[in-house]
Design a protein around this ligand. Structure first.
Ligand code: NAG
Ligand code: NAG
Ligand code: NAG
Ligand code: NAG
Ligand code: NAG
Ligand code: NAG
Ligand code: NAG
Ligand code: NAG
Ligand code: NAG
Length: 425
């Protein structure tokens, strides 16, 4: 079987793929051609399913049900006289793999089906297979899907579709009949429409990142009290973050980044006990940054950059150092208290004056960008203070240059005067 080289695709998917795929692709690579003569061994697998695997170019020269042969590509049940497939994973398919209805019909026992980097054409799944599936994963595979096609997988508990365009008038078309869904990822799929008002209350994971969803985040989403991950980043959502967001008491990872959300960070968020990851970057959120964030004991990741927050950051150094990621720059009216935070933290924002306003940069080329404005200073003495508080990369170069010029002038003057005094003696 010929391995198809993965073409360039978003890093994320790339990483994901590589984090789970290597052993499988390694298993698949040295396989026999699909045209290989009937296997010499007596397989324990149902002969119809064995033929289906062969039609999908899955190697069958050894028993696909034996744990040593295909590792995680297939899993079988233990029925007799023939075993049946419970799960199947297709990775890096060759160009000439095609799904056939007959093959899929014989795979009606599958509970888990994964396609990773298999850009083969989708076909309608026989209804036995469609309803027996519990878990379906399609990453950069099957070329193009429709909401209706996916909605037939109605007994799914886990659905992951990523890097495949999905035509549907909204996620509700896909999810309407999925009564048992628990984890849901539909990302980088160019999905249009709105975030559904009614989602299954047992959902623990919702990732709609990288689509074209628009409108407001429905406040009904906050009734998902089992939700641990909510990722709505990289869409076109607007309006405010629901004030009841704190009802998501199981929430650990929250990303609403790269939308057009406005308004404040809701106070209720302080009620979520186990939050680890907050990403609200690149929106139009405003107001002050709430102090309660510094009391979130498990917080490791905080991104508030590129918003319109104002006022003094309410965090001390020990809090900021505890975080693995802290991003705050790109908030023009935000500043830090230089008597509580060191400029060495390189926060990328201006220090505050005594009124809690960002120290206005000296005569500026660009009002919005503190850092750029800051190195345009002509008067060294005047700028010395703000340079010391500065985290900006170019700023210190000017200082160094200034000091260097100053020192060399001094040395020059001393040498010159010594020479002069010797000369004129
Ligand atoms: C393969 O399956 C075993 C047992 O189900 C699991 O422990 C292992 O992590 C899996 N490996 C990969 C690469 O998925
Ligand atoms: C799938 O769900 C339907 C209801 O939508 C149910 O009648 C059926 O028994 C389920 N199928 C399996 C294989 O569990
Ligand atoms: C989504 O649309 C953009 C622009 O129209 C396109 O570049 C991108 O490839 C599409 N994504 C998918 C997964 O088809
Ligand atoms: C959630 O799960 C529980 C038990 O797993 C089940 O009884 C309940 O019907 C489910 N609720 C929904 C809305 O699916
Ligand atoms: C949200 O999704 C984006 C894009 O798919 C990803 O980069 C990011 O890590 C996710 N964040 C969380 C908290 O899951
Ligand atoms: C949540 O975010 C943390 C920190 O960024 C990350 O290590 C973890 O894998 C994420 N968990 C989930 C379920 O996405
Ligand atoms: C924040 O933005 C909203 C809408 O964009 C506006 O109505 C509100 O006055 C702003 N609040 C502050 C404190 O600037
Ligand atoms: C920093 O802030 C946290 C939370 O507000 C507080 O618990 C801690 O005592 C503060 N540390 C110092 C050194 O002030
Ligand atoms: C900065 O911190 C000092 C010491 O905690 C405090 O006295 C001062 O009022 C703070 N300045 C601002 C602008 O918040």
């Amino acid at each position: 079987m010929k391995l198809k080289k993965p073409s360039p695709f978003p890093c994320l998917l790339f990483l994901f793929l590589f984090s789970i795929a290597p052993s499988v692709s390694a298993t698949l690579s040295p396989t026999s051609a699909p045209t290989a003569s009937p296997s010499p061994f007596s397989s324990t697998l149902d002969p119809k399913q064995l033929r289906a695997l062969q039609s999908l170019h899955i190697p069958t020269s050894r028993d696909p049900c034996s744990p040593s042969s295909l590792h995680n590509v297939t899993h079988c049940d233990s029925s007799a006289p023939f075993r049946h497939l419970l799960s199947l994973r297709l990775v890096n398919c060759a160009d000439d793999v095609a799904l056939s209805f007959t093959a899929l019909k014989s795979l009606y026992t599958l509970q888990s089906l994964q396609f990773l980097n298999c850009p083969i054409s989708p076909i309608r799944f026989p209804s036995d297979l469609a309803t027996s599936l519990r878990s379906f994963t399609c990453i950069r595979s099957l070329r193009k899907l429709t909401g209706v096609w996916l909605s037939r997988l109605r007994n799914l508990t886990d659905l992951t579709v990523s890097g495949v365009p999905i035509t549907a008038s909204g996620p509700y078309v896909i999810l309407g009949h999925m009564k048992s869904i628990r984890t849901l990822t539909i990302s980088h799929a160019n999905l249009t429409g709105f975030v559904p008002k009614h989602l299954n209350l047992n959902l623990t994971h919702v990732d709609f990142s990288g689509n074209k969803l628009r409108g407001k985040i429905p406040s009904s989403i906050t009734s998902l009290e089992n939700l641990q991950t909510l990722n709505l980043s990289l869409n076109s959502l607007n309006g405010e973050i629901p004030t009841s967001i704190g009802d998501l008491i199981s929430l650990q990872n929250l990303s609403l980044a790269s939308n057009s959300l406005s308004g404040p960070i809701p106070e209720s968020l302080s009620a979520v006990p186990g939050i680890i990851h907050i990403d609200l970057g690149s929106n139009q959120l405003n107001g002050t940054i709430p102090r309660f964030i510094s009391e979130m004991k498990r917080l490791k990741y905080l991104n508030l950059e590129n918003n319109q927050f104002r006022g003094v950051i309410p965090f001390n150094e020990s809090f900021i150092k505890r975080l693995e990621v802290f991003k705050i720059q790109g908030n023009g009216n935000l500043c830090y208290n230089h008597s509580t935070l060191s400029s060495k933290l390189k926060l990328g924002i201006a220090p505050c004056d005594k009124h809690g306003l960002p120290i206005p940069p000296p005569p500026a080329r660009d009002d919005d960008d503190y850092s750029v404005a800051d190195d345009s200073g002509s008067d060294y003495e005047e700028n010395h203070f703000s340079h010391e508080e500065d985290n900006h990369q170019h700023g210190p170069n000017k200082v160094v240059l200034g000091v260097a010029i100053g020192l060399s002038s001094l040395v020059f003057i001393i040498v010159f005067s010594v020479l002069l005094s010797k000369c004129c003696r």
